[in-house]
Design a protein around this ligand. Structure first.
Ligand code: WTA
Length: 637
């Protein structure tokens, strides 16, 4: 069942918050609040919705559960996240505070005060309007890690449109599927993106994707690399040229939205079919992310905050773009790869910018740990006061390195478990919670999580089971875009009778009630913390002329958490040699993207299937790992 290596080796190892941390914590009453929230979760969220964000019109009901599992939060309320993230700050002393510091891979630096960011967002909002974007339309955004990416997101939401950000590491088919499903008439992209000193041809990829999904009518192109690209007259427009026109005025009204209006779609791919667009809404989402960021990271006015994810994934949406801006923080964003050009690039940046909070993924930590302690030791990291991790279970060895070598034993490690579907943190400590390396500790205030057996009974301590969430929370995705039935089937069918949300993860709880996430129970694969579905990789393989059938599985890997192992049945007469392996890898890279490229491709004559024709990936995995295959009674005879 486990997708990752053992994370349970050190259950007895506990790190209590130090006296220094306890004395400095600004939100010392968290444990008390959590207890109150346990007794009355709705009162807890109600109070946060009043404390942390402003409403144009107050809501009437905190939670409407009349049409389960399609829950509604803060109904009757009117709100816009851009009001809370920018407009209100511009009217306060924060107007001149830095909202964002950005460093390019080549070292160039740009800074944005709240005022400057607000103006840029207004300008781009006006540009979108001039391209015909209206409230309720979707805009697909496919860019590198540049300030214009958050600007495009904020501008879209400002005018009441819905963004669908596609990670810049995805390629043609992945992008085409997402544009098609979201039916975006307007897309925003860059000529190219910088990565490890090279350029990625984003606009070329966009052109090919549009050829495959011709819904697109307008393309706005940011000039980033200056590489030669093809501009289609009447369809493609340069961002900087539009920004110089009178239409791009520096003021644009923010659209008041219903709390339950869609705010964005974010795609995750699964085991079957096309990627599904999880839809998040305007009210509950922002309450959830502002609350969790404030409490779990105990954020402060003078923080220099760095979430080193990509804005194209949920971590970036919630905790690079929206959460920090709502709370008025100063964020740092870096364009390029962590170890480029040298393995101390990040540590240099922590020192240079005086970063106080660093939030990243275990795979990045392991990747940097590999280069040894000397690189971080060269730098003054004493500005750091809190470290965060997300994306997959952190192995205790990486945890200890992060804690000792990076945090110098002063910084709590906040291991946040959550998902694209949950919108924000669900199981996480805060600085006042005792830590155990490898455990995301306990559910956040107002969240009820459990590990249960198939029949819904709670598991005994240390027994593996299904990780479920037993009551709704404000940041939950409301549906799968255009496919509510799929939403119901995927998340609410497993424990339909009890009305619980099934996360897709397996986990255990120890004697202290601490949660230890084991990994995915379905065929979602976490590669370097990035979430991939088997279906997209398999259909990419099958789209190659030599391949008749394909199955992919995740295999544990020390550095990347998991890597992809593919099995292919070739068409009659095709010879499977190294040349074909290389060709198939290149093909997957071209169709889905570099993160989806299998580490190994094996040619086989048949694939184990159930009688109903489902590929038994469990058996393939056991074979690769040299484990016993277990029950095969449902195997095709
Ligand atoms: C995994 C990322 C262990 C988990 C925010 C989940 C984790 C999936 C942790 C969601 C963690 C995320 N410890 N596992 N702290 N955080 N996961 O949608 O399997 O990209 O179901 O959201 O990542 O991945 P997603």
């Amino acid at each position: 069942m486990s997708d990752t290596f053992d994370t349970t080796a050190s259950k007895s190892e506990i790190y209590h918050p130090s006296a220094e941390v306890l004395a400095s914590v600004q939100l010392p009453n968290y444990l008390e609040l959590r207890e109150q929230a346990r007794r009355d979760p709705l009162a807890f969220w109600d109070a946060r919705a009043k404390e942390l964000v402003e409403w144009y019109t107050p809501y009437e009901t905190v939670l409407d559960d009349g049409n389960r599992p399609f829950f509604k939060w803060f109904t009757g309320g009117k709100i816009n996240i851009v009001h809370n993230a920018l407009d209100r700050h511009v009217k306060s002393w924060r107007k001149n505070k830095l909202a964002m510091i950005w460093e390019a891979e080549d070292g160039e630096q740009r800074t944005f005060s709240y005022f400057k960011l607000w103006k840029e967002v207004n300008r781009f909002a006006n540009i979108l309007k001039s391209m015909g974007v209206k409230k309720g339309d979707t805009v697909t955004i496919y860019m590198g890690r540049v300030p214009e990416l958050p600007i495009a997101m904020l501008a879209t939401v400002k005018i009441g449109a819905i963004h669908s950000v596609v990670y810049g590491g995805f390629s043609e088919q992945a992008l085409a599927d997402r544009i098609e499903d979201a039916k975006s008439k307007v897309v925003v992209t860059c000529d190219g993106a910088w990565l490890r000193g090279k350029t990625v041809n984003l606009k070329d990829i966009m052109d090919e994707a549009i050829a495959r999904s011709p819904v697109v009518q307008r393309v706005i192109v940011l000039k980033r690399t200056g590489q030669p690209i093809n501009m289609v007259s009447g369809r493609d427009f340069w961002w900087h040229e539009l920004a110089a026109l009178p239409i791009a005025g520096p003021y644009c009204e923010t659209e008041p939205m219903d709390a339950e209006d869609p705010m964005f779609i974010l795609y995750t791919s699964g085991t079957t079919g096309k990627p599904k667009g999880l839809m998040h809404t305007c009210g509950g989402y922002q309450v959830h992310i502002a609350t969790t960021l404030k409490y779990a990271f105990d954020v402060r006015e003078d923080d220099r905050y760095w979430c080193a994810a990509d804005p194209g994934w949920i971590t970036g949406h919630s905790y690079i773009v929206y959460g920090p801006l709502i709370l008025g923080l100063t964020s740092f964003m870096y364009e390029g790869a962590p170890g480029y050009p040298y393995p101390d690039r990040w540590w240099q940046q922590v020192e240079k910018y005086g970063i106080t909070i660093l939030y990243t993924a275990p795979t990045a930590i392991r990747g940097l740990m590999r280069f040894g302690d000397a690189w971080p030791a060269r730098h003054d990291l004493s500005s750091l006061r809190l470290l965060g991790t997300v994306g997959e279970p952190i192995n205790p060895e990486a945890w200890r390195w992060y804690y000792t070598v990076i945090g110098r034993e002063r910084c709590p490690i906040i291991d946040t478990w959550w998902q694209t579907e949950t919108g924000g943190f669900m199981i996480t400590p805060t600085p006042v919670v005792p830590l155990k390396p490898g455990s995301a500790t306990l559910p956040f205030a107002g969240i009820e999580a459990d590990v249960v057996r198939e029949n819904g009974e709670s598991c005994a301590p240390n027994e593996d089971g299904y990780l479920v969430i037993k009551r709704p929370w404000p940041g939950m995705a409301r549906t799968v875009w255009g496919d509510p039935e799929r939403y119901k089937q995927t998340y609410w069918a497993e424990f339909e009778r009890q009305g619980w949300y099934f996360t897709g993860d397996s986990a255990r709880r120890d004697e202290d009630g601490y949660f230890w996430i084991i990994g995915r129970m379905d065929d979602v694969i976490k590669v370097s913390g990035y979430r991939l579905g088997t279906a997209e990789v398999e259909s990419a393989l099958v789209s190659h002329r030599s391949v008749a059938e394909a199955a992919v599985i995740g295999v544990p890997d020390e550095l990347r958490g998991n890597v992809i192992h593919a099995f292919c049945i070739l068409n009659a007469g095709v010879h499977g040699d190294q040349g074909l392996v290389d060709e198939l890898k290149a093909h997957v890279r071209h169709e889905v993207g570099p993160i989806a490229v299998p580490a190994a491709i094996e040619f086989v004559d048949s694939l184990p299937k159930t009688r109903s024709g489902k590929i038994m990936r469990r058996l393939l995995k056991a074979k690769v790992l040299g484990q016993p295959v277990g029950d095969t009674s449902t195997l095709e005879g």
